[in-house]
Design a protein around this ligand. Sequence first.
Ligand code: THU
Length: 159
Amino acid sequence: MKTVEIIQKYKVYTLSELSEEIKKLFAVAETMLSVAYAPYSNFQVAAALSLEDGTIHKGCNQENASYPLCMCAERVALYSAGAIDPRKKIEKLVIIAKNPEKAIQSPVSPCGACRQVISEFEDKQSAPIEIYLKGETEEIYHLESAKVLLPLSFTGDVL
Ligand code: THU
């Protein structure tokens, strides 16, 4: 028997410490919060990502009366990039969340399904995607890759 230890690290910033590119992505994501279609949960999530050439794709959550059909903001943005700019690498992804009924005190992490999808985008482009997470406070978490959120991930290698 042996034990394998997995250690993950992330950094904590405030917006003023980050680059103009990241500030711009957060500003774009911020505009997407108000158009989140979330009449059932009232939980607003927005995502904005930058490609290697500076192009930005963005998304917000899209809910449906048939609840399992709801689509997370992260995947709306990622699938937009995958459909419109399939050959350009995604470099950075920012995610923000807002609950109009309860202030979110710490950054909100993507759900398991989104972690899996971000992870596959990384595998597809053979490069990590930097992830920045923010709630309703100044605090921002920076993760170097989706693998930080999803170690030992399932991949297409076994198929
Ligand atoms: N949601 C996202 O958009 N991203 C996540 O990573 C977690 C959850 C959305 C889906 C749904 O519209 C609402 O938040 C509540 O789950």
